[in-house]
Design a protein around this ligand. Structure first.
Ligand SMILES: Cc1cc2nc3c(=O)[nH]c(=O)nc-3n(C[C@H](O)[C@H](O)[C@H](O)COP(=O)(O)O)c2cc1C
Ligand SMILES: CCCCCCC(=O)C(=O)O
Length: 383
């Protein structure tokens, strides 16, 4: 582990500050910190939350079989994606509306990520703008997640703002043509976007603003109505994808991909990367666990483009299992938002530094020295 992580680990060690350690403690403390509405929005999934549970259960069906006596005194956690080398094999998943968790919001998460060199993926429905987050991150690595709404002028404008502000990849999320059936939100009557939460990238967008009769500062209701009317785009198809290429030179990844046939399509359409994800079980209950979908997708792709994965990553062993099943890197979702909810930026930093240490120790205990040495031979199916 490099000295920077070691010193942050000491600075934020649970002994020095009474912050949680395990995922379950963070979740418990977040539940205490937040009202029902925001907590349910973050923690909840679609329907009866079968898929959300399946995401975690899937990791239990694989067991790690270490190979020992292999001098693991020096270890390398780096991964290289699209020519950029990152110090750890995970990125922060795009999570919108972060101000419902804590006033530090995306600025806090992005600052914590930047301090540790963990790449941060900013969401389209963020509560802090593309430019604001770029400002707090300096030169630290960041990608932009795109919800491709109904108004392509606005979509293109956001992508170009991201490119100009130093984001180095575009993640197009394709698994939200419409909102999922989220029972906790229905029960709690919780629809924060209707109150304008998560609209920072729209309210600051010159093209979006040009479509309003009055600026949002003068008529917020009309601005929110326009946002809601263009946000979801159930009509999007594969044939729309080439258009995006005309507006950016950045690598384009598709997030939310599940079927091997769709992986074939993504290759045909020249996509640069894929993220196997079921949105943390928030969209379609009954879907396969994300980890179970990963091996077939990586078999189709055969290493031609990076395949990333999220939905259910909680600890270092989960990261190792996903990498062993073909992921080039993984995305961390809810765990860091619970860190944000409990202790703002410092909570995120603690969650990240714990995970980094956990991955490092787990790697050593598998008998591997580097992420590139992780492969399928590390795993056996649990009986
Ligand atoms: C509160 C919340 C908001 C999210 N917002 C977005 C988003 O704006 N864009 C996106 O692509 N995915 C979004 N996701 C999905 C995450 O990127 C990721 O796929 C998911 O959290 C992975 O599941 P896990 O957190 O259970 O590991 C969101 C997830 C949560 C929990
Ligand atoms: C109208 C705003 C919807 C935001 C969806 C964000 C997301 O991906 C999620 O909640 O999941």
């Amino acid at each position: 582990m490099n000295a920077q992580f070691a010193s942050i680990q000491r600075q934020y060690s649970p002994a020095a500050q009474p912050l949680p350690v395990s995922y379950y403690e963070w979740e418990y403390r977040a539940r205490q910190a937040l009202p029902n509405g925001p907590f349910g929005y973050i923690a909840g999934g679609a329907g009866s939350e079968d898929t959300m549970r399946a995401n975690s259960d899937a990791f239990l069906r694989w067991r790690i079989q270490p190979r020992l006596l292999n001098d693991v005194s020096k270890r390398d956690l780096t991964v290289t994606l699209f020519g950029q080398t990152f110090p750890v094999p995970f990125l922060l998943a795009p999570i919108g509306l972060q101000e419902i968790a804590h006033p530090d919001a995306e600025s806090g998460s992005a600052r914590a990520a930047a301090e540790l060199g963990v790449p941060f993926i900013l969401s389209t429905p963020a509560s802090r703008s593309i430019e604001k987050v770029a400002e707090v991150m300096g030169n630290a690595p960041r990608w932009f997640q795109l919800y491709w709404g109904k108004d392509f002028d606005v979509v293109a404008s956001m992508v170009q703002r991201a490119e100009k502000s130093g984001y180095t990849a575009i993640v197009v999320t394709i698994d939200l043509p419409v909102r999922g059936w989220r029972e906790r939100d229905i029960r709690n009557h919780y629809y924060p976007a209707r109150a304008g939460v998560g609209t920072a990238n729209f309210m600051t967008d010159p093209v979006f603003r040009s479509k309003l009769k009055q600026p949002p500062e003068k008529d917020m209701d009309a601005a929110i109505a326009l946002f809601l009317s263009i946000y979801f785009n159930p009509a999007l198809t594969w044939n729309d994808l080439p258009l995006l290429r005309q507006y950016t030179k950045l690598p384009i990844l598709l997030k939310g991909l599940f079927a091997p046939q769709d992986a074939e399509m993504a290759l045909q359409y020249g996509m640069d990367g894929l993220i196997v994800s079921n949105h943390g079980g928030r969209q379609l209950d009954g879907e396969l666990a994300a980890l179970d979908a990963l091996p077939k997708i990586s078999e189709v792709v055969q290493g031609r483009i990076p395949v990333l994965m999220d939905s259910g990553i909680r600890g270092g062993d989960d990261v190792i299992k996903a990498l062993a099943l073909g992921a080039s890197a993984v995305l961390l979702g809810r765990p860091y938002i619970y860190g944000l909810a409990v202790a703002g930026e410092q909570g995120v930093k603690q969650v990240l530094s714990n995970l980094i240490t956990d991955i490092d120790l787990s790697l050593a205990n598998t008998g591997r020295k580097s992420i590139s040495e992780i492969n399928r031979s590390l795993l056996v199916k649990a009986q």
